[in-house]
Design a protein around this ligand. Structure first.
Ligand code: IVH
Length: 690
């Protein structure tokens, strides 16, 4: 049955609003609600309806401009050549259709492709005039972008990217073209590990984590505060060069080579592909290997190699006809929501957690997923027993996208938020304007347990041997009641614990002893004061150069300096006052008695194992300064073991560049992680000892 014009117009109007809504969510709020695949389905449907007749077209339709509008706070700059987007494909059939169009247009000419990873970041243009970097601009709406020069300078410096194009005229007189205006385009993005760290900090600081590295990059690139920007290690790769004057480079491969030799970072995974089938094989290969790439990649970009042919193929107002994106499917699976359980956090927030029928997604088995809060569950109408669509959001933390409604059988149970704390049965309280329910009992065993875990965590006191299982036993045997008691443990206490030998007990006591000298920032963060993440701790430390001065200000209600009042806001001020007026002061006295340093301003607190006997190492990723073989031989020479699988028995995972699954496993199993420099320090130390 064909639709009437009125019905088509209604559908078009509905789809345009929908696309605009999702554009806002994606570009302005950096918080997309649907996957790229779902977005493309809606977008293509709209495009199809608009193509049914002139009357359905409108120059203001979202199909006529590339997503994002530039932000007002940054200066808008017009691109000399518009920055286009790419058409998306999802199958070999669609790639073959693309190839057929090229074949037809290029008639009998021979052509070849170059395939590259599609980096899931944000496009950026660097402008060079007279060989000198002058401006950096985001894509914006394709025609106008935002001026992000200052932030780009920081990225260039941090990655050693030249801000001058070096030329040796005698050697190469033809390079005078580099003196005219050049535009170098590429992508800014976060490495997966940096993205994880940024989100951890956001969670600690009570901010909503970014849902994926692309959103994190988008939010970061436009930061107006350069101090804040410097804390976020954005990276850049380049893949396109535009020249205002004639350029001797004739192919995309030559451009990649030129960019690399001129010192620009080019992703090394590109490949020359004689046919579309070769390009498809490349797509298939990386679709399976994407978890091993250090940055998030959402597909492959396939480009015609010869510039003359690119020119002949031309472009539409939105996308080039000489390139296409092959998008990877988001790693998703359907499984059963077995139950919703409740977890009490260190500050008493009660979070629902989904227990799932185990399902394998992107290299690991998923059994649990975070459900942010009650509202989130209600909005998604999740019911226990539902079949749910689960996605690996960003990296390791899986999330439930929605229930699969047509698979409901009728006996699924609606979820109900408990009214009591699942651990200590105190009444739960919901603060005004907050989405979360809280247990307000400071002595709640779950909170005590989590606060000790937090105290020992890597960014806090860094007592990595004190993991959740040991803390559990220590509390169970009544050996500790709070984190202050940790410092009064001795060998005979520890030997009471399951599977704790003399060696491990000594190692642990060693770590505890070392932690007395961590920096004040770490110590303040470790106290677990509500809303005080590592950044706020840094700010407080900077102002009050010792814990005693901090206590003095908040406990004895001395006037709080204006700078602090302004810098941290009323919510954090209140929580500091509450904290320093509670029995927590008694715990702080235990720390003092134990000799914890209350005023150490610099941080030399990385914990290294002092000897390697019976210590098991796993290495992952590429090491810069020594071969894997030498590293393993070193460990063995000092009585340790080097194995290839990470388990809870592994003592350290040493992580190099582009680490694989083992890095994720180490994080999941909470195995202490050493970076290469940390491992090298250890090597140095042991070599000195002989
Ligand atoms: S080439 C004419 N190469 O993907 C467009 N783009 O969806 C030329 N992207 O706007 C772009 N990796 O931000 C190209 N290796 C790559 C890429 C890449 C990521 C982004 C870029 C572009 C978007 C299109």
């Amino acid at each position: 049955m064909s639709l009437s014009n009125k019905q088509i117009k209604n559908q078009i109007s509905h789809l345009r609003k929908l696309i605009e809504y999702h554009n806002r969510k994606y570009y302005d709020e950096a918080n997309p609600e649907i996957s790229d695949f779902e977005y493309d389905q809606i977008y293509n449907k709209l495009k199809h309806l608009e193509s049914l007749g002139q009357v359905f077209q409108d120059p203001n339709s979202p199909t006529r401009h590339v997503g994002e509008r530039p932000l007002k706070k940054l200066d808008a700059i017009k691109h000399r050549v518009p920055m286009l987007s790419l058409d998306n494909t999802y199958s070999l059939d669609e790639l073959q259709e693309f190839d057929d169009r090229i074949k037809k247009k290029l008639a009998s000419e021979k052509y070849e492709y170059v395939a590259e990873l599609k980096i899931d970041g944000l496009s950026i243009e660097l402008i060079f005039e007279n060989g000198v970097f002058t401006k950096a601009v985001t894509r914006g709406d394709g025609e106008f972008g935002d001026d992000v020069t200052e932030n780009a300078r920081i990225i260039l410096a941090s990655q050693n990217i030249p801000d001058k194009i070096s030329r040796d005229e005698e050697k190469d007189p033809n390079e005078s073209w580099t003196l005219n205006r050049l535009e170098i385009r590429g992508e800014v993005f976060f490495l997966k590990e940096d993205f994880e760290k940024i989100n951890q900090i956001r969670i600690q600081d009570n901010e909503i984590p970014f849902s994926n590295p692309r959103n994190a990059a988008a939010g970061t690139l436009k930061l107006l505060n350069s101090d804040e920007f410097k804390k976020r290690p954005l990276k850049m790769h380049v893949y396109q060069l535009l020249t205002a004057s004639k350029c001797p480079l004739k192919t995309h491969l030559e451009v990649l080579q030129w960019l690399a030799q001129a010192g620009f970072p080019v992703d090394r995974h590109f490949q020359q592909c004689p046919t579309i089938l070769d390009a498809y094989k490349y797509c298939e290969f990386f679709e399976n290997k994407r978890s091993t790439i250090a940055f998030e990649t959402d597909g492959v970009v396939i480009k015609i190699n010869q510039f003359q042919q690119q020119k002949n193929l031309g472009e539409t107002s939105k996308t080039p006809r000489w390139a296409i994106a092959y998008k990877f499917m988001a790693e998703k699976a359907i499984t059963t929501l077995k139950n919703i359980v409740f977890q009490v956090g260190r500050t008493g927030v009660v979070t629902p957690v989904a227990e799932l029928e185990p399902v394998f997604i992107d290299g690991s088995t998923v059994t649990r997923a975070t459900l942010h809060n009650e509202d989130d569950i209600q909005r998604k109408d999740l019911r226990i027993g539902d079949q749910v669509l689960v996605e690996k959001a960003g990296l390791v933390i899986p999330k439930i996208i929605h229930p699969v409604l047509h698979l409901r059988v009728g006996n699924e149970k609606r979820f109900c938020m408990p009214t009591e704390c699942p651990e200590c049965h105190s009444k739960l309280i919901k603060e005004e304007d907050a989405a979360a329910w809280r247990c307000e009992n400071d002595a709640c065993p779950a909170q005590v347990h989590r606060s000790i875990e937090h105290f020992c965590s890597r960014d806090a006191m860094n007592i990595q041997g004190l993991g959740p299982a040991i803390i559990n036993q220590l509390i169970h045997h009544e050996l500790i009641r709070d984190y202050g008691d940790i410092y009064f443990l001795d060998e005979k206490h520890l030997l009471l614990l399951d599977r704790m030998g003399k060696k491990s007990a000594d190692n642990l006591l060693n770590q505890i002893a070392q932690s007395r000298n961590v920096s004040l920032t770490r110590l303040v963060f470790a106290l677990g004061i509500r809303h005080v993440g590592i950044h706020i701790a840094e700010l407080l430390t900077h102002h009050f150069s010792s814990l005693d001065k901090l206590i003095d200000a908040f406990h004895n209600a001395h006037e709080i300096p204006l700078e602090i009042e302004k810098g941290i806001g009323p919510q954090i001020l209140n929580s500091l006052k509450t904290y320093f007026h509670s029995p927590n002061l008694k715990i702080i006295e235990k720390l003092r008695k134990a000799g914890v340093d209350f005023s150490r301003l610099n941080d030399e607190s990385i914990n290294h194992p002092l000897e390697l006997k019976e210590t098991t190492f796993v290495f992952t990723g590429e090491l810069d300064h020594l071969s894997r073989h030498d590293a393993e031989a070193f460990v063995k020479k000092h009585g340790g073991k080097a194995t290839t699988t990470v388990s809870s028995k592994t003592n350290y995972v040493v992580v190099g560049k582009n680490p694989g699954q083992k890095f994720k496993q180490a994080e999941q199993l909470k195995v202490p992680i050493l970076t290469e420099p940390e491992f090298l320090k250890l090597v140095q130390k042991l070599n000195l000892k002989g």
